[in-house]
Design a protein around this ligand. Structure first.
Ligand SMILES: CSCCC(=O)C(=O)COP(=O)(O)O
Ligand code: MG
Length: 261
């Protein structure tokens, strides 16, 4: 087995979800289709609720920012006069969500709505999150060795907690010391990793970030975070340069902690 030695200064392991702890297929074939199939009905049912209106406001703000993009779908402003037809507004939101999802956009607005939609499905037991089989044993071992384990995903913190709280391995939320999402910044921006370190209360070089996306790994590395790119079945391929540049692992069991950890 290939072994990757974790540098002695590392005290925090920061985990991506999709393609790292969890198969991309679970996200693409279960989580995302659930949103596409149910978004219209969800909006119709919850339209009058404050949480739903906050989600729509955030999506509208995002749509304004996106207005210069090719194919962007606008969400009209609510006039507040009572003359707005909710059916028309709901259709605009549905079209916007479909457009964003067709591009796999990671906007906070989209991720917030998706998280709220998944909540009912997870809590009713209709969905259970999948984790690669090496993930839970490795995380338990790291924690026993004194490592802190955090999650940083484009999925909202609420969605992350749903996945860890309702998984095929049971409720494994207690294995995570904390969660970060795009509210702290995008995963391809190095500043996000500096903010995460500062929020945890450590230096960036105390963190080892595990992700399947080399652009995220590059951004973290620029902030002086240690990184390993996780190669899993179904993940996008890496270029030869990426394969040479980054440390690669195919299982969390390949990480060897320093003996003092
Ligand atoms: C709580 S993860 C749900 C999946 C998701 O929406 C997503 O965008 C995953 O992105 P990641 O940053 O984990 O690769
Ligand atoms: Mg990922």
């Amino acid at each position: 087995m290939v072994v990757l030695s974790v540098p002695a200064e590392v005290t925090v392991i920061l985990l991506d979800i999709e393609g790292t702890t969890t198969p991309i297929a679970f996200v693409k074939d279960i989580l995302f289709p659930y949103v596409k199939e149910n978004v219209k009905e969800y909006l119709q049912t919850h339209w009058e609720e404050e949480e739903c209106q906050q989600d729509v406001s955030l999506l509208r703000k995002q749509a304004e920012e996106d207005s210069h993009l090719d194919g962007a779908v606008p969400i009209p402003a609510a006039s507040g006069s009572g003359a707005d037809d909710p059916r028309w507004m709901i259709q605009a939101v549905v079209d916007n969500v479909y457009w964003q999802m067709s591009l796999d956009r990671k906007t906070t607005a989209l991720k917030q709505l998706q998280g709220h939609m998944w909540r009912a499905a997870f809590k009713a037991g209709h969905m259970k999150a999948e984790f690669f089989e090496d993930v839970v044993p490795a995380v338990r071992k790291w924690r026993e060795a004194g490592m802190k384990v955090y999650v940083y995903s484009s999925g909202s913190v609420e969605a992350q907690k749903l996945l860890f709280g309702h998984s095929t391995e049971g409720d494994i939320l207690e294995l995570v010391d904390g969660h970060f999402d795009t509210k702290i910044g995008h995963k391809v921006e190095s500043e996000s990793y500096r903010k995460i370190a500062s929020s945890i209360g450590c230096s960036t070089n105390n963190i080892l970030f595990l992700t399947d996306v080399s652009r995220e790994a590059g951004a973290a590395e620029e902030a002086d975070v240690h990184v390993a790119v996780v190669v899993r079945p179904g993940n996008a391929g890496l270029t030869d340069d990426e394969k040479t540049h980054f440390s690669l692992i195919t299982s969390f069991s390949e990480l060897c902690l320093p003996s003092s950890a």
